[in-house]
Design a protein around this ligand. Structure first.
Ligand code: ZN
Ligand code: ZN
Length: 168
């Protein structure tokens, strides 16, 4: 299957669709019944890996499965799997690299959308509990000022160092 306008569009749609999917998965799975793995990503530590990385492993396996099915039977799955892979690359660069500094990148954007993305995700990490977090996107970020206000609504006492587990 050659790269045509059509397949490129499908790949782009899959990439964008992944951000929507990731937003929902982050809010309702990772901060829901999947908190057991995600919790490790909301705690300070100096280990190299987090239990949360298991999500990346699971998604990678799904993508490998999509490529295999695409090659064997349904060619339309190829651009979809390609779009999801591209999303994974961007996620890794922005979330793991720029925000959490897991890549040896020196560059730190001082302005513009990437700066906003970093600030928004830091605000997501202001909360160390399952409930009450804001900003669940990885490539899409709301205005940080708005997010801060929403965080204060969720945690009226936030900033006064109240971190009893389970209090919300
Ligand atoms: Zn989270
Ligand atoms: Zn994070």
């Amino acid at each position: 299957m050659g790269v045509s306008f059509h397949t490129t569009l499908i790949a782009l749609a899959a990439l964008l669709g992944m951000e929507v999917f990731a937003w929902f998965a982050h809010k309702y799975i990772m901060h829901g019944w999947g908190w057991g793995w995600h919790q490790s990503h909301h705690q300070r530590h100096n280990r190299l890996l987090e239990k949360n990385d298991l999500y990346v492993v699971v998604f990678s396996l799904v993508v490998v499965g999509l490529f295999a099915l695409g090659a064997a039977r349904w060619p339309v799955l190829m651009p979809i799997a390609t779009g999801i892979t591209l999303y994974g690359v961007l996620y890794s660069l922005f979330h793991d690299g720029l925000v959490h500094r897991r890549w040896p990148l020196r560059w730190q954007p001082k302005s513009g959308y990437l700066r906003r993305l970093i600030l928004a995700h830091r605000i997501h990490h202001a909360v160390h509990t399952r409930e009450g977090a804001v900003s669940f996107g990885f490539l899409w970020a709301e205005n940080p000022e708005k997010l801060k206000l929403r965080l204060l609504e969720n945690h009226p006492r936030h900033g006064q160092k109240t971190s009893q587990p389970g209090s919300s």
